[in-house]
Ligand binder design. Structure first.
Ligand code: ADP
Ligand code: ADP
Ligand code: ZN
Length: 215
């Protein structure tokens, strides 16, 4: 199963990916997580990516395509993968097609989680995650049992610096301008599957599960 999870920032891609990777034992490849790790580790790529992330802009295609290409060539991707947050531009989608051809594989589905803009802002503004294990919470919708502390590992909960109101709004605009054209791209290939993301995450997950089981 080679699947792409699409959707605007805050749509619930990461939340759904957690359940899919557990259920279907496929690696979850999130370019956002990869960039955040690189920033945390202070690598040259992280320093470069940070300049764009902090403004809510996309990291240049060349950099992004390179890390995904390397990742998809690894052993754990041979039986399938779940891409989250990639591709985000037509150039990335075309590059992905090229990588898949080279590997003798194909994309099985592009699942698009749609959520109205006003709800996306609410989701991003309340998102916090554990500094230690990365588990994602929402201060209103899925709060931790103890304020500021991770239920799983007691790690400190922090807000992503790009989830502030101004940067979140920029990211939404970038999604509309640069990423939403991908919906037509995958629709034209017969791969697009739309899911209504404006429901509780279990209902959204059930729809995704039925799509994946039908592949
Ligand atoms: P994305 O990876 O698409 O940016 P996340 O999965 O990180 O989105 O979700 C954004 C925020 O919204 C998080 O705080 C998450 O806990 C919350 N969230 C995710 N799915 C839902 C849902 N179906 N209903 C309410 N809140 C949700
Ligand atoms: P969200 O889904 O909540 O917008 P992500 O974690 O997917 O967040 O992405 C965070 C940031 O990382 C983006 O705003 C962008 O700067 C960078 N990024 C992630 N994926 C890509 C990509 N495919 N192309 C370019 N930049 C990316
Ligand atoms: Zn934790």
């Amino acid at each position: 199963m080679n699947v792409i999870l699409m959707g605007p920032p805050g749509a619930g891609k990461g939340t759904q990916a957690e359940f899919i990777k557990a259920e279907y034992s496929v690696p979850h490849i999130s370019t956002g997580d990869m960039f955040r790790d690189a920033v945390k580790n202070g690598t040259p790529m992280g320093k470069e990516a940070q300049k764009y992330m902090s403004e809510g802009k996309l990291v240049p295609d060349q950099v992004t395509i390179g890390i995904v290409e390397d990742r998809l060539a690894q052993d754990d991707c041979q039986l399938g993968f779940l891409l989250d947050g990639f591709p985000r531009t037509i150039i990335q989608a075309e590059a992905l097609d090229g990588v898949m051809d080279k590997l003798g594989k194909k994309i099985d589905a592009a699942i698009n989680i749609s959520v109205p803009d006003s709800i996306l802002i609410e989701r991003m503004s309340g998102r916090v995650s554990c500094k230690e294990c990365g588990k994602v919470y929402h201060l209103i919708f899925t709060p931790p049992a103890q304020s500021g502390k991770c239920d799983k590992c007691s790690g400190e909960l922090i807000q992503r610096s790009d989830d502030n109101a101004e940067t979140a709004a920029n990211r939404l605009q970038v999604y509309i301008d640069q990423t939403s054209p991908l919906l037509d791209y995958y629709e034209n290939k017969g791969l697009l599957k739309n899911v209504d993301g404006n429901r509780d995450s279990k209902s959204v997950g059930a729809d995704i599960e039925s799509i994946l089981n039908g592949l």
